[in-house]
Every structure is written in structure tokens, then in C-alpha cells.
Design a protein around this ligand. Structure first.
Ligand code: GDP
Length: 363
């Protein structure tokens, strides 16, 4: 399953957020996963369409899809040189598919800020610079070996060398690898380095409870940083989310109303992460269960079937498919079929977000 790494300076609210996410996972009924590791939480992806479908069909069980979150503590200025937990911490980031960068956008004299005051632009750059410095190290090592190899004069190696040299300059100028202009073929020259600053980023602005609905100047600052590369920004209050996560379902709504906050900062964060990971959801439904499944955007029907079972992929014949919207509008599978809205899709069909599917396959 795909993994999001929560990073940020100390005391920005990473653990608080992680706890809220873990509680959300633990509370979810019929959730077929458990905690793997104290620092890894498997979190259900909230989806109103799944809830609707489950109600319409009246299945016994409702099973959401999930993403993993990892709490990666220990990044401080100088981490790339081994300060703090330094390198161990950075190697954890290498294993994630998405970086959730928590930025402190709340003022609280009781919570020490490691850099002295609240300043998102500075904080974001501290983290980003550490990732870039670490990448520069990896790239320089790669450059050394490529320079040796290039003595053979082989054209392909020379081309790689040229690209990696350009990348080195790009990083040395303080730019993240993901903003380096390279096509897919060129990326092969450095893809196996799994550069940290090449990973997609979602900024999570931790604001005080008073600013949840309105945001604040600090959030706007983060938004400007994110706009450079079209990254997503989500605003939430870690402290409130942690409190909400501990409540029973019925108490939650009352609490939100009392606090006069819009619900679901956590939900928005999970959904944004899911989107940034390039994932979409399709559904299967029947009397026993209604279930959400994850595929990467652009996946064809057999690959989607393979998410359920590899036999479904190998023996794939076709997929009976209808969009969630049509299913909801017509109200039942039978009505969908009677209206002639059930499509027979073959192996080249590109799965759409929200498809309700039934796979036909040979065993
Ligand atoms: P981490 O070091 O980034 O993991 O930060 P923690 O989650 O441990 O939070 C550090 C301190 O900030 C704790 O005392 C939290 O209770 C507090 N904190 C976290 N989120 C908020 C918030 O949204 N508002 C306020 N006022 N305090 C918070």
C-alpha cells in the first residue's frame, strides 16, 4: 500500500496529527487492518460514495480503502550532515511515496518553536534544504561513478553524465529535484537514486482552533510556496483533530457544532494525500460487502481486477461497469441493467474514479 511520510520541524504538531490519524484508523468499523508498527498507521480513506452505495445496496459490510501514514520525527537544521537523528531519518523519507510537510501556523507561547518564532517560509526552506543537500550527496556519488564509466566513450553513458551534471547544478542552486526539467527517458539517468526532493509534497498547515475556518496570514504564506510547483495545501488543527478522534461517533457532531468548526480537517487531509499520490477509487458491491479499492490513475480494467486477486487479472474477460453517479440515480443494479446503462468493458478500458465494477474472468 502507498505510504505518506509526515515530516516537519520539531513541535509543529506531527505526532499530534499522527495520533489523530491512527485513532481514525483504529475506530473504523470493519476495517481489515491493524497497526503494523507504532510509527505506521493504516488509515481508511473517507468516501461518501462508498457510504451511499452501502446504504443503497444494504450490504452486510462496508470496507473502505486505505493509505499508510508514517511519523518521521527528527528533522532539524543540519540533519543532512548527521545532526539529530540525521541520516536514519532521511532514509525513512526515501521509502515514502508522498511527503506530508506539516508547517506550524499557530502561535502558542507554551509550545516552544525550535527556531524562535512562527515563520512558515523559513521553516519550509529549512526542511527543503536538508532534503536537497542530501540529494546533492547522492547525485555527486553517482556523478563520480558515471565519470569513470564515461571514459569508455559510450554514447548512452555520456548522455547520462550530461543530465546528472545538469541536475547537480540545479540542486546546488537550491532547487528541488522535482522541478528539474527532464522527460521520462532522461529521468532514467537518476531515477534509481530515489531522490528525496523528487517526491510529491502536500503541505499541511497546523493552525490554532480559532483559525480553522478562516485561515491566517501564515497559511497564505504556505500557499504561495506551494503555488510555485502546484502543490496542494490543507489547513487543519492537529489539537482539535486529536480531541475529535477520541470521541464516539455521536459525540463528534455535537462537538463540531459547539466549536463551530467545519468538520473533517483530517478527512480533507487524507483525501488530498490520496489525490496527490495519483490514486483513484473503484467500487465493488453485493449483498455481502460494499468495498472501495485503490488503483493508480490511468490503470486499465485488468490491472484494477488484479488489485482484488491476481487470478482476476490473468483470467480477465470483461468488466461490467457503471459510474457511481448513474448507479445512485437509478437506485439498483437491476435498474441500471434495465436502463441499458451497464457497460461491458474490455481489457483496454481505462478505469474512472467512482466506477462500480463487476469482473468476469476465467480460472
Ligand atoms: P512534533 O514534534 O511535530 O511531533 O509536535 P507534537 O505533535 O509533539 O506537538 C508539540 C506540542 O505542540 C505539543 O505540546 C502539542 O500539544 C502542541 N500542539 C500540536 N498541535 C497544536 C495546535 O494545533 N495548537 C496548539 N496550540 N498546540 C498544538
Amino acid at each position: 500500500s502507498l505510504r505518506c511520510g509526515i515530516v516537519g520541524l520539531p513541535n509543529v504538531g506531527k505526532s499530534t496529527l499522527f495520533n489523530a490519524l491512527s485513532d481514525a484508523g483504529a475506530d473504523s468499523a470493519n476495517f481489515p487492518f491493524c497497526t503494523i508498527d507504532p510509527n505506521i498507521g493504516v488509515v481508511p480513506v473517507p468516501d461518501e460514495r462508498l457510504d451511499r452505495l452501502y446504504d443503497i445496496v444494504g450490504s452486510d459490510e462496508k470496507i473502505p480503502t486505505s493509505v499508510e501514514f508514517v511519523d518521521i520525527a527528527g528533522l532539524v537544521k543540519g540533519a543532512s550532515e548527521g545532526k539529530g537523528k540525521g541520516n536514519a531519518f532521511l532514509s525513512h523519507i526515501r521509502e515514502v511515496d508522498l511527503i506530508v510537510h506539516v508547517v506550524r501556523c499557530f502561535d502558542d507561547e507554551n509550545v516552544v518553536h525550535v527556531e524562535g518564532d512562527v515563520n512558515p517560509t523559513r521553516d519550509v526552506h529549512i526542511i527543503e534544504d536538508e532534503l536537497i543537500l542530501k540529494d546533492l550527496e547522492s547525485v555527486e556519488k553517482r556523478l563520480e561513478s558515471l565519470q569513470k564509466e564515461a571514459k569508455s566513450g559510450e554514447k548512452e553513458t555520456l548522455k547520462k553524465l550530461e543530465i546528472v551534471e545538469q541536475l547537480q547544478e540545479h540542486l546546488a542552486n537550491g532547487n528541488a529535484a522535482r522541478t528539474f526539467d527532464a522527460d521520462e527517458e532522461e529521468q532514467k539517468a537518476y531515477r534509481e537514486l530515489f531522490l528525496l526532493s523528487d517526491k510529491p509534497v502536500l503541505y499541511a498547515c497546523n493552525v490554532s482552533e480559532d483559525d480553522i475556518n478562516s485561515g491566517n496570514e501564515w497559511v497564505e504564506e504556505v500557499q504561495q510556496i506551494a503555488d510555485r510547483f502546484d502543490d496542494e495545501v490543507v489547513t487543519f488543527c492537529a489539537k482539535i483533530e486529536e480531541e475529535i478522534a477520541e470521541l464516539e461517533e455521536e459525540e463528534k457532531q455535537a462537538f463540531l457544532e459547539e466549536m463551530d468548526v467545519e468538520s473533517g480537517g483530517l478527512q480533507r487531509l487524507i483525501r488530498a494525500a490520496y489525490k496527490e499520490l495519483g490514486l483513484i477509487t473503484y467500487f465493488t458491491t453485493g449483498p455481502k460487502e460494499t468495498r472501495a479499492w485503490t488503483v493508480r490513475r490511468g490503470a486499465k480494467a485488468p490491472e484494477a481486477a488484479g488489485v482484488i486477486h491476481s487470478d482476476f487479472e490473468h483470467g480477465f474477460i470483461r468488466a461490467e461497469t457503471v459510474s457511481f453517479e448513474t448507479y445512485e440515480e437509478l437506485g439498483s443494479e437491476k435498474a441500471v441493467k434495465n436502463a441499458g446503462e451497464m457497460r461491458q468493458e474490455g481489457k483496454d478500458y481505462v478505469v474512472q474514479d467512482g466506477d462500480v465494477m463487476l469482473f468476469r474472468f476465467n480460472v
